[in-house]
Design a protein around this ligand. Structure first.
Ligand SMILES: Nc1ncnc2c1ncn2[C@@H]1O[C@H](COP(=O)(O)OP(=O)(O)O)[C@@H](O)[C@H]1O
Ligand SMILES: [Mg+2]
Length: 290
């Protein structure tokens, strides 16, 4: 089977996947997604650094670096074309579109009946100010396309809200405001592959932002049935082959799903739990449906 990786050569996750595949006798080359070249009325339809991609059975998508709207849409369109040509893309371009966008993700979680925090999304400054009060005057403001906790701010003062929202207006950002859920600086990351929860951890942060990239420390967790069920349903709702599910414990017991990562990292999770995620992913792709 011909397997490739779209990612950053030499990156930790790419190397882990390459090693897991090599143990199964597969050499998986890595190409940067920024080096795609598409052709119409000529072959190859899609190449990366000159290598034709439509000849691959499976392509893992590990990194889509930031870029202009045109660049991002071109890269994802190229993944769609490859998928249409019969290449299995993991995660699929549809799942990537759904998971990179926090608003889209939240709608699918809600439609799947999963508990998600109250959220307002708007383009207008005045509506954002009204939403700040509607959500209890203590909100988390998130970039719609963001990860690793970068750019997320908690705003709990009307003057700060005014100033932050005016600044966002200048950049023509969309406001994504979510009620602050008090969680005692702890949340839960569940890693799902296919129909299986392969690892989970509690992330303890120094502050309310519990991303490992923000300094949180992971502790292994054996998820209860409710957590498992929620994580599997959330992964299914996004159509993901694999996903990192972020879950906040809410007051009085119970949980809220806060986001699903369609290109999840697992370095912190692997360090906390000892589970070799790349092994599971390689096994999943080689045994899973094509
Ligand atoms: N509504 C919220 N209330 C309290 N903390 C939150 C809320 N939303 C996110 N957080 C904290 O911020 C972290 C990052 O938010 P998340 O939505 O997962 O974005 P990212 O894609 O940057 O990881 C979460 O892991 C959690 O610790
Ligand atoms: Mg997150």
């Amino acid at each position: 089977m011909k397997i490739g990786i779209l990612g950053q050569r030499g990156g930790w996750h790419v190397t882990a996947l390459q090693e897991a595949l090599a143990r199964r006798g597969i050499t998986a080359p890595c190409f940067p997604i920024t080096r795609l070249m598409a052709r119409l009325s000529a072959r190859p339809w899609l190449a990366a650094t000159g290598e034709p991609l439509e000849t691959y059975d499976v392509l893992f998508v590990r990194t889509i670096p930031g870029g202009s709207l045109e660049q991002i849409i071109f890269r994802v369109d190229a993944l769609h074309r490859l998928e249409n040509a019969g290449v299995r893309i993991v995660n699929s371009p549809t799942t990537i579109e759904r998971t990179v966008d926090k608003y889209y993700t939240s709608t699918l979680l809600e439609d799947a009946g999963l508990p998600t925090p109250r959220t307002v999304v708007t383009e207008r400054f005045d509506e954002a100010m009204a939403a700040f009060h509607e959500l209890g005057g203590d909100v988390v403001v998130k970039p719609i396309f963001g990860s690793e906790g970068r750019g997320i701010v908690r705003v709990s003062d009307p003057d700060t809200a005014y100033r932050v929202f005016r600044a966002l207006e200048l950049g023509r950002y969309v406001y994504y405001l979510q009620e602050f859920v008090p969680h005692g600086c702890e949340d839960i990351r569940v890693f799902v592959i296919g129909e299986e929860v392969v690892a989970a951890m509690v992330r303890r942060g120094e502050t309310w932002k519990t991303n490992v990239a923000q300094g949180a420390v992971g502790e292994p967790l054996v998820p209860d049935d409710e957590l498992r069920e929620m994580s599997l349903r959330a992964t299914r709702a996004l159509g993901a082959d694999y996903a990192g599910v972020d879950i906040l414990p809410i007051g009085g017991g119970g949980y809220a799903v806060v986001e699903i990562n369609g290109i999840p990292g697992w370095r912190g999770l692997q360090a906390a739990t000892g589970v070799n995620i790349a092994e599971h992913l390689a096994g999943f792709v080689l045994s899973g449906p094509i």
